[in-house]
Design a binder for this molecule. Sequence first.
Ligand code: ARG
Length: 234
Amino acid sequence: SLYCIASLHRSGSHFCGGSLINNEWVLTASNPCNYKKKYLFNGCGECLTLVLPPYSSTSLTNANEVSRNVSQIIKHPAYNSITEDNDITLLHLSSPVTFTDHIRPVCLASANSTFFKSTVSWVTGWGNIRTGGKVLILLTLIIHNILYYCSTDCKCLYGVSTITDNMLCAGPLEGGKDSCQGDSGGPLVSKQGSVWVQSGVVSFGNGCALPNLPGVYARVSKYQNWINDLTGIE
Ligand code: ARG
């Protein structure tokens, strides 16, 4: 099955990624994706473009894309802009989208899910280091757990206090593959059978694609209750 990744636009240009989680909600990051409430409430709204597919390069102009304005931005109440803890935000669409062969939601990792080290994952986005900046790129990544005892685990790589239990890390230790600026808010997914499951939201990194500094993602499974309460997704 397919899922949609969202491109958040301001004045016609891409600034963040996101994922469609049901027909009226998009999941994205808090930083830097939600700072323009002033646009929202002065009547401009945000143009949100949902584009498929996630698995091959495609231009931002896609015959199957749909656009919606964002009517409500719900930043996680415990988001910490200094530590980037709880870097997750929900966007309510001005009107629901209709699911088609091309517009489908992604499943979310449930609260009890564990992403073991070496789970193969994918991240997509229109961020930096991309030809023209508007080409959707798919990267295959490997998840690193955040255990403290191992020299290659994420808390060791970044420092124990940098990586909280609300985060997960993904990327090859040798570097070279990573999300980057402009990819924020986009989904990190893995495939469980034929179903795409979102495990992370692109959040931050020390540089991009550097050795021993994998990308850091908000750990979606930690937010099941918060998301369910607000969106009604079971
Ligand atoms: N916060 C960044 C953005 O503005 C995303 C950084 C992701 N960095 C990384 N090395 N994976 O889009």
